[in-house]
Ligand binder design. Structure first.
Ligand SMILES: *[C@@H]1O[C@H](CO)[C@@H](O)[C@H](O)[C@H]1NC(C)=O
Ligand SMILES: *[C@@H]1O[C@H](CO)[C@@H](O)[C@H](O)[C@H]1NC(C)=O
Ligand SMILES: *[C@@H]1O[C@H](CO)[C@@H](O)[C@H](O)[C@H]1NC(C)=O
Ligand SMILES: *[C@@H]1O[C@H](CO)[C@@H](O)[C@H](O)[C@H]1NC(C)=O
Ligand SMILES: *[C@@H]1O[C@H](CO)[C@@H](O)[C@H](O)[C@H]1NC(C)=O
Ligand SMILES: *[C@@H]1O[C@H](CO)[C@@H](O)[C@H](O)[C@H]1NC(C)=O
Ligand SMILES: *[C@@H]1O[C@H](CO)[C@@H](O)[C@H](O)[C@H]1NC(C)=O
Length: 409
């Protein structure tokens, strides 16, 4: 480039020496920042080469820390059209950006950055279903944004359902013959109402713990990946049914003072796992995303609590954070997952535990807080449950890519 410029000028008869210094300076001024930027992103990410393809597949990537990261986020609200307005924190006025400057660093190895091309290559000709609640949808939308730099999907929802809304969506990447869907099933089992658009968070619900929800069971038999996530909905008043008869309830007498009865959650999850393991024709991989922590501080969710931090917590700080029911739900998840994994392995199914609970407990800074517009029927509440996009939830899909990369064991 420099040579071309030089000879062009030289051809016009300007003495060579006269331009050499200014040109050199110009080139330096123009290109150094570029080179520095590239250097910055790559040297941080690929410092010892291990963030690239030579991944250590035996490493426990879920034990680690958030470390400073100077690279850019994967996308922004202008480049990605899949950000729901409730998670579009910047559009809603979130002023701080430092919460984007962290990456997850496992203790024993590196977690590679999300590589959209690699992901799409792995899922070519395959299908993936997210089954769960709005946090599962949050992860799926993050995935769409992460893939957006390489490929855009077509919305093919109307081929499968009349419910063409955010609760049920089918996306198709034609060039890769890859289908990704979200199936709304916050309880995984049959419930009395679908409670779409439910903003009260305390409506009573009947759960049929021994009957998996047809919202997902009727669709996933041929899927290659089924990703279960959820848990938040099990905190409300619930009546449990088995074989059509009431077997228990939760918060049935006093919403404020009655304890959780996680009999319901354990059995709903067990039924979901059993159903998928025994589903005729199912040969896919079953992934469970462990419970996603919420971070209401200075008050409960409905009592003005919020989450206005701008930096991750340290491990020590986060050890003091005890979101309601988190530990209990997490423990049930791990136990039920292990049981299902043992059953499913005998049938040749693959399993993956996406253990994000401890990873995300430190990210009290990653929620929309007041920049999310969550409304109760009569109180304005802060959203300390979902995750801003872009944001730390993008890391979940780095974990997902790793899980589907690990060869069958
Ligand atoms: C992979 O990580 C484990 C620790 O999780 C370590 O013991 C092992 O040496 C690592 N292997 C390689 C090839 O780096
Ligand atoms: C993106 O966020 C900026 C604020 O950072 C806002 O001004 C803009 O309207 C948003 N755009 C979209 C498409 O959400
Ligand atoms: C696309 O993938 C599906 C499985 O998801 C497969 O049945 C079908 O044959 C594939 N089509 C092409 C054109 O490869
Ligand atoms: C949910 O709310 C949206 C927007 O407010 C509305 O268009 C839709 O019809 C509602 N769905 C149900 C099932 O009430
Ligand atoms: C639930 O318990 C709280 C605290 O003891 C009490 O103030 C409230 O009146 C009770 N609600 C009902 C419906 O009994
Ligand atoms: C965060 O919220 C708390 C409690 O409402 C408040 O005391 C504090 O000043 C807030 N911090 C910032 C940075 O807004
Ligand atoms: C999940 O990750 C945490 C650290 O974030 C770790 O302490 C825990 O043992 C992991 N659980 C499983 C089942 O691997």
């Amino acid at each position: 480039m420099l040579e071309v410029l030089k000879s062009n000028y030289a051809a016009k008869g300007i003495p060579k020496g006269a331009l050499a210094l200014p040109l050199t300076l110009l080139v330096v001024v123009l290109f150094i920042p570029l080179i520095m930027n590239l250097h910055e992103s790559y040297s941080n990410l690929y410092d010892d080469g291990s963030l690239e393809s030579t991944e250590n597949l035996t490493c426990d990537v879920f034990s680690g820390n958030w470390v400073a990261y100077s690279g850019r986020p994967y996308y922004d609200n202008e480049s990605c059209p899949f950000i729901t307005y409730k998670q579009n924190c910047f559009m809603n006025g979130r002023p701080d950006r430092d919460f984007l400057k962290w990456r997850w660093k496992p203790d024993q190895c590196e977690l590679p950055l999300f590589d959209a091309k690699k992901f799409l290559k792995l899922v070519r000709g395959k299908s993936m279903a997210f089954v769960g609640d709005s946090v599962g949808r949050n992860q799926m939308e993050s995935l769409l944004c992460l893939l957006n730099s390489v490929a855009r999907p077509e919305d093919i929802t109307d081929r499968y359902t009349l419910n063409d809304d955010k609760y049920f969506k089918w996306w198709f990447y034609a060039h890769y013959n890859f289908t990704v869907v979200i199936l709304w099933s916050p309880f995984l089992v049959k419930s009395s109402e679908k409670y779409l658009n439910d903003t009260s968070f305390s409506n009573a619900e009947n759960l049929y713990l021994d009957e998996a929800d047809e919202a997902w069971t009727t669709h996933i038999a041929n899927f290659d990946y089924v990703i279960f996530s959820g848990g938040q909905w099990f905190f409300r008043p619930l009546t449990f049914y088995e074989k059509g008869r009431v077997v228990g309830c939760q918060k049935c007498h006093n919403v404020t003072t009655d304890p959780l009865n996680l009999y319901g959650y354990r059995n709903a999850l067990r039924t979901a796992f059993r159903t998928v393991v025994n589903l005729k024709g199912f040969k896919g991989m079953v992934i469970l995303v462990t419970h996603s922590p919420n971070h209401f501080e200075n008050g409960a969710w409905n009592k003005g609590g919020g989450c206005n931090r701008t930096m991750p917590m340290t491990k020590e700080e986060s050890a003091l954070v005890k979101p309601y029911g988190l530990e209990e739900i997490y423990e049930i998840q791990v136990e039920e997952f292990r049981i299902a994994e043992n059953e499913g392995r005998e049938k040749g199914l693959r399993f993956g535990l996406m253990n994000i609970t401890g990873v995300m407990i430190m990210r009290a800074d990653g929620h929309p807080d007041k920049y999310g517009h969550n409304l109760d029927a009569n109180v304005k509440i802060n959203d300390c449950v979902h995750w801003c996009m872009p944001g730390p939830i993008d890391t979940w899909n780095q974990f997902l890519l790793r899980l589907i990369t690990i060869p069958t064991f």
